[in-house]
Ligand binder design. Structure first.
Ligand code: GUN
Length: 280
């Protein structure tokens, strides 16, 4: 039987409708959520992601600022801009699009953001709080995946979740959030010797590798829930890390690319910005 397709697009639209009414409630109190995005350099993928974020913010009636800086900008100038945004009462969320050019320290930039405005959830204070279960901004992509699972009726507690990928942005926080939901969690990565032996045990499989064709049908347990976080361009076409067509014949549920995790990431950024505005 063909797998049920989990539409990130539809779930994202649902959450955005909920956010719209939150934004109206804030407006009645004279508060408009404000999001500032900093984009350095000319990477076309980053420009396209930032456009999506800007569009979503405008559609939700946020105050939206995008600071597009040249590749040659100094770290000091980026840190100075973050300092200004930290102090700006119109701004509730600050996001610096990654990756940054090599001459700018990602660590220094992330640590310069006021943790109360760190809507990406990348600041060590938010990461630490998330790990010990204190209130924190949750990183947008893994948080979006949890929302997709819950809103599709997937029971997480007691399941074996296997995450492929160990990045700070997706893999590591994904594993932690699944653990917080009482899954048994395995993290696989490039040095895992027999990936298929691990992925075949997954009730919930999250692929966050960034390489097309990583997950084939013979690596998935029949009926498993497969979440594809990958975004890869192959022959001009966007594809995930999973071979969607063949996995559809084996999995119980699967997310498409595009229209899966991508719209959720942007939506959870809007969610975090609304949360931040509510707190201020
Ligand atoms: N680059 C790729 N994904 C992300 C993300 O979630 N946040 C930021 N800031 N940069 C990214």
């Amino acid at each position: 039987m063909a797998a049920q397709v989990i539409s990130g697009k539809e779930i994202a639209a649902q959450i955005r409708a909920e956010l719209k009414s939150e934004v109206e409630k804030l407006a009645a109190r004279g508060i408009q959520p404000g999001l500032a995005v900093i984009l350095v350099g000319d990477d076309p993928a980053s420009h396209s992601y930032v456009k999506g974020k800007e569009k979503a913010a405008v559609e939700l009636n946020f105050h939206s600022e995008v600071h597009r800086l040249p590749e040659s900008v100094s770290e000091q100038d980026v840190l100075a801009l973050i300092g200004k945004l930290n102090e700006d009462p119109k701004i509730h969320g600050i996001l610096v699009q990654l990756p940054l050019p090599r001459h700018i320290s990602e660590k220094a930039v992330i640590q310069a953001i006021d943790p109360e405005k760190d809507v990406d959830g990348f600041h060590p204070q938010n990461v630490g709080n998330m790990y010990i279960g204190l209130p924190a901004f949750l990183p947008c992509t893994p948080h979006g995946v949890i929302q997709m699972l819950k809103r599709s009726g997937v029971e997480i507690a007691g399941k074996h979740a296997v995450v492929i990928g160990r990045s700070n942005i997706v893999g590591k926080p994904m594993a932690q959030l699944l653990l917080s939901e009482n899954a048994t969690v395995t993290i696989c990565h490039s040095r895992t010797p027999d990936l298929a032996a691990m992925t075949k045990q997954a009730d919930i499989l999250v692929a966050a590798v960034g390489r097309a064709g990583t997950v084939r049908a013979d690596m998935v347990k029949p009926g498993a829930v497969v979440i594809d976080v990958g975004v890869n361009r192959v022959d001009g076409k966007l594809v995930g890390d999973c071979l969607f067509d063949e996995l559809s014949e084996v999995a119980g549920m699967i997310t498409p690319v595009p229209g899966g995790v991508g719209p959720m990431t942007i939506t959870m950024l809007m969610y975090n910005t609304v949360e931040s505005a509510k707190r201020h």
